[in-house]
Design a protein. Structure first.
Lengths: 285, 324
């Protein structure tokens, strides 16, 4: 509400104010989107246009060469496969383990419940990079450095607290009366779990695993520290590629786009959950 | 919250008082056992891969672990508080602390103010403009941090970067081949812009969701009573928004204080001393210089500095009632 309009009765709705507000909004949107647009613009330019002192705002001769050369890089496809394997392992493990704990804190009242919640909340705030030194030493002793499961194990810890926390929210959202009705009708706890809670948490499981995918896919510092260049993921490839080849901007931007596509698509699908997950409840007023 | 409001045991059929009490107690005990059993795998993993490393990090910070110990597997010598003394008496370390703190204050202040401004702006603009703003922010939010950093590295490239090209167009300004990272103030301006740019979507969208909770009638009543928009904002909107504002500000502090990706990527994985933050400094000491113990000591100090903010965040979460 930058402008205030003297003497206007309706809440600041002068014509000039509205025009200024719309103009500011449009300029802001352009400012936000420009870097994204520039990545796309660069990726479709031939090298001669990328390395030009007068950059054009649209590719004059659009080409897919940059994508071809990124995909043709020796380690690009292996990095992509490594990333998928590690992410799948970490997300699957976090989902199974985290679901059980989420069930416990959402559905049982027991001594120590609050302590577990506190732990889950607190560890999310631990600057994870700080733990990288001891983790590196531990994994090295266990001969798990430069392996995919080693990285997956670290990512599991990275994802677990959030997974527990979000799934707990989804399970709490299922009316407890359903459980009780089923139990009165003779269901055991286990049957309640298999027949009521698990199916009804389906969408929550999808949303949580998608978020886990994004987290694990975007990580590059841990894997870059633990593994050799042959066993990186795509994000680390982007970083590695940068130092190795100086500045092959076209292929780099093309690689960045390929790396980002799954994340951006998934993110746009579940963004509502992310926003509410971080700040849920704070809006009650 | 649910569990507190409706204890799960109350729908038991009631034969007689003492027998019921017995059964309830038995069930409570069994429930507690089941609950702990369900939580066990999570707790074990957190202990093994979070609590234990945390403990190891603290032990390490009292030792002197170098490359030799890493290769031979020998127990590193115990040096007591030496690593801490070394850090706390080192001007370079204090420079890093001050830089990280200053960056956090500046970047969080700008991000939150702009985020709030955009959230308020979104209520005034045309629906189509709002949609455009939302779409732009969504894409920025979705972009992986490293990709965003690479994009900014390209925008600010000294030879072919579009930023130099655009600034150079201003009459009388020569920005051809301008290098943005020679002068640390300019370099940090780029890093801060990147962090603020990437942080705004979360802030603006969360806060604009929060703004929908502000009752329209209240604002209208205030206007009728002659309040200016500024007064309405200060006395009605902001107090209602305060809990949310506190949470998002705290989160931003935690995130920005741990700055790593942006300065790391923009400086080609080798940040010069003047571009080091606590996170990169600890990392470089450990993995670049093989001073694992010194790096650990710096990490411990970092965690201690952040502890206050974290406790504040968790207390807020409990206070607001998100946590039951």
């Amino acid at each position: 509400m930058a402008r205030h309009d003297e003497g206007v009765v309706t809440v600041g709705r002068s014509r000039a104010g509205t025009i200024a507000a719309n103009a500011t909004g449009i300029i802001f949107g352009i400012f936000m989107i420009f870097p994204v647009y520039w990545v796309l613009n660069t990726a479709f330019k031939p090298d001669s246009e990328v390395r030009s002192f007068t950059p054009s705002f649209l590719p004059k001769n659009p080409t897919l060469d940059n994508f071809r050369s990124a995909l043709g890089e020796e380690l690009f496809i292996p990095s992509m496969i490594n990333g998928l394997i590690i992410t799948a392992m970490a997300v699957a493990a976090a989902l199974v383990v985290g679901f059980l704990a989420a069930l416990a804190i959402a559905r049982f009242s027991f001594y120590g419940r609050k302590a577990i919640i506190l732990v889950v909340l607190a560890v999310q705030l631990v600057p994870f990079l700080a733990l990288l030194i001891p983790l590196f030493l531990m994994l090295q002793r266990a001969q798990l450095t430069n392996t995919l499961p080693g990285v997956a194990l670290v990512y599991l810890v990275l994802l677990l607290p959030y997974t527990v926390w979000t799934l707990r929210g989804f399970i709490s959202g299922i009316p407890r009366e359903l459980d009780e009705a089923a139990m009165i009708d003779g269901c055991t706890r286990a049957q309640v779990f298999w027949k009521i809670i698990l199916p009804l948490t389906g969408p929550g499981l999808v949303a949580t695993s998608v978020y886990g995918f994004i987290q694990a896919w975007n990580e590059f510092i841990i894997i870059n520290t633990l593994n050799s260049p042959q066993k990186q993921n795509l994000m680390a490839w982007l970083l590695y590629n940068q130092t190795e080849r100086g500045t092959a901007w076209g292929p780099l931007m093309a690689g960045a786009i390929i790396t980002s596509i799954p994340v951006v698509v998934f993110f746009l699908i579940i963004q509502r959950n992310i926003a509410t997950g971080l700040t849920a409840g704070a809006v009650k007023g | 919250m649910y569990a507190v409001e409706t204890p799960p045991l109350k729908k038991e059929p009631v034969p007689s008082q003492p027998r019921r009490a017995n059964r309830v107690r038995r069930r409570t005990q069994r429930d507690a056992r089941t609950a702990w059993l369900l939580s066990l795998p999570t707790l074990l993993i957190l202990v093994a891969l979070l609590a234990y490393p945390l403990y190891r990090m603290i032990v390490l910070s009292f030792q002197n672990m170098r490359l030799r110990e890493l290769i031979t597997g020998l127990t590193p010598p115990w040096v007591g508080l030496d690593q801490y003394t070394k850090a706390l008496t080192d001007g370079v370390f204090w420079g890093v602390v001050a830089r990280t703190a200053a960056f956090t204050v500046v970047s969080v202040t700008i991000s939150v103010l702009v985020g709030l401004g955009i959230a308020l702006l979104m209520r005034r603009v045309h629906a189509k403009v709002r949609l455009f703003m939302m779409i732009a922010m969504m894409f920025v939010w979705a972009l992986p941090q490293l990709v965003a950093a690479q994009a900014f590295r390209w925008l600010t490239d000294s030879d072919f970067g579009v930023l130099n090209y655009l600034i150079d167009k201003i009459p009388g300004v020569d920005f051809a081949n301008h290098s943005w990272f020679v002068n640390p103030w300019e370099g940090w301006a780029v890093i801060t812009t990147l962090v603020v740019w990437a942080g705004i979507p979360f802030l603006a969208i969360s806060l604009s969701a929060g703004l929908t909770q502000v009752p329209k009638e209240l604002l209208e009543a205030a206007t009728v009573d002659g309040a200016s928009s500024w007064q309405a904002l200060r006395n009605i909107t902001l107090p209602i928004l305060k809990p949310l504002l506190t949470i998002v500000t705290t989160l931003s502090v935690i995130w920005n204080f741990g700055l790593f990706t942006q300065n790391w990527a923009l400086r080609d994985s080798h940040p010069e001393p003047v571009y080091q933050t606590l996170a990169t400094y600890s990392y470089t000491q450990a993995f670049g210089q093989s001073r694992y113990s010194y790096g650990s000591a710096i990490s411990v100090i970092t965690v201690l500095i952040m502890l206050g903010v974290m406790v504040f965040y968790i207390r807020q979460m409990f206070k607001i009632g998100e946590v039951d």
